[in-house]
Design a protein around this ligand. Structure first.
Ligand code: PLP
Length: 438
């Protein structure tokens, strides 16, 4: 059965990643810990780039890594080494990329409520594109670019009216959302006219991001078709063709054994088929197409490593029992189960055990009943305090959504490659927790 762990993870006689054992990781770096498979990260990032290049050829735009899925200075360097772009949606994410001299032209600024300062910084840094999300923002970007004597390349974020089959809070392109300009309502067309009226803005094309953790190509295909239809209308009205099209991210990954992540080659083959067919239908040249995977690059690269602190068996109705296995982290280092009902897998990481599989619930150490990482999983009956538990596929939206709830210091991020483990983000200390208290 396929495993949601990254490529270099093995399981006998205990969990190893790139030749480093779970026990030695816990001993050297402590737990909870995010452990990222560096080679796996490069493999996945390259796979998206080569799939875009091979299917779109001269029509390939840029793969923008969605920084919000997980960003730190080392990951920003890796992205730059792979030679792809980065999508940032706040000044903070932009600052991390800028701190490692990430090239401005490889950066795209997103966000539904960018501040004047964020827009001004982005223009001055020379970001490749600003993806615009509201009429207020069109006015702001136009004014701030004009004041600096610049012409800023922009894209318009459009909502194509798609109900992506994912959790409500992970769907972004139906009508009743805060993102983008609706095509159906006419807001998108008004935004186009507005952008065209500002000499300090250069409209390069449209952008759509339909949601996250999406499987199947249908939603992406409908969005692409609607954007291209609007591009044809643009050509008819303004007499020129838009050179770019950004189809966003959202490609689903495996969290449980037996699930399959979306495959870059298959995704890009089907996107190319739709884009070329729709462009032909409207007699448009194929634009340069960009994509923005976040989760699909970093999600599967990482597992979270925890130490079991207590176990407890509670009686349920009907004579059933459930064993609670409490680990030393929880909703502060992985909010996704509580926020989206996300499901995860777990394994005993520090030893093998053939003890009987027992219905278990993995919970954290926070003062919340909802602090549950896995509601129901069969784990060996002999799991006890001191054992290590590894939860795979926590690279995306784990560290980036982490909090200090209950004043838990956020875990370190350790990168493992060729038998060597090194810290790329330090574990927070109690002093860090108080660093801003007066
Ligand atoms: C979140 C986001 C992405 C990345 O989504 P994933 O599901 O991580 O691939 C890409 N583009 C935009 C605009 C986003 O908001």
């Amino acid at each position: 059965m396929s495993s949601p762990f990254s490529q270099s993870v093995t399981f006998t006689p205990e969990l190893h990643i790139g030749g480093v054992s779970a026990t030695s990781l816990a001993k050297e770096f402590g737990t909870p810990l995010y452990v990222i498979d560096e080679a796996d990260f490069f493999t996945r990032a390259m796979a998206w780039k080569s799939a875009l290049d091979s299917h779109f050829g001269s029509h390939a735009g840029t793969v923008y890594y969605a920084a919000k899925s997980q960003i730190n200075r080392e990951i920003a360097r890796w992205i730059n080494q792979v030679g792809i772009g980065i999508d940032v949606c706040t000044g903070g994410e932009m600052a991390v990329a800028a701190s490692v001299n990430f090239p401005g032209e490889g950066m795209e600024l997103h966000g539904n409520n960018k501040s004047e300062a964020e827009i001004a910084d982005a223009i001055e840094y020379g970001v490749g594109a600003i993806v615009m999300d509201s009429f207020h923002e069109i006015e702001r970007v136009a004014r701030l670019a004009h004041e600096r004597g610049k012409v800023q390349k922009v894209l318009l974020r459009l909502t194509a009216g798609i109900s992506a089959h994912t959790h409500e809070f992970m769907a972004t392109a139906h009508e009743d959302v805060k993102f983008g300009f609706s095509i159906a309502s006419g807001a998108a067309w008004k935004a186009i006219e507005e952008v065209q009226s500002h000499p300090s803005l250069r409209l390069a094309g449209f952008h759509s991001h339909i949601g996250s953790q999406i499987f199947g190509s249908e939603g992406f295909a409908i969005a692409a078709a609607r954007l291209i239809e609007l591009s044809a209308k643009f050509r008819d009205a303004f007499g020129s063709e838009l050179p770019e099209l950004d189809l966003g991210g959202g490609y689903g990954i495996a969290y449980l054994p037996g699930e399959e992540s979306m495959v870059p080659d298959a995704v890009l083959a089907s996107l190319f088929a739709v884009v070329s067919e729709e462009c032909a239908k409207h007699s448009l040249a194929i634009p340069r197409v960009s994509i923005e995977p976040g989760r699909a690059i970093v999600g599967p690269t990482t597992f979270s490593l925890y130490t079991v602190g207590t176990t407890k068996t509670v009686e349920l109705d009907g004579g059933l029992t459930r064993r609670y296995v409490a680990i030393d982290g929880g909703m502060s280092d992985n909010i996704r189960p509580a926020l989206y009902g996300a499901t995860y897998h777990a394994v005993l990481a520090n030893r093998e055990s053939s003890a009987k599989p027992t219905s278990s619930r993995i919970v954290g150490k926070h003062c919340e009943t909802g602090d549950i990482l896995i509601r129901e999983i069969d784990l060996q009956a002999d799991i006890q305090p001191g054992d290590l538990i590894a939860i795979p596929a926590t690279g995306a939206y784990g560290r980036s959504l982490a909090s200090n709830y209950n004043h838990l210091p956020r875990p370190a991020v350790v990168a493992v490659k060729d038998g060597v483990a090194r810290v790329i983000v330090k574990r927070e200390s109690y002093a860090d927790l108080m660093a801003h208290d007066l």
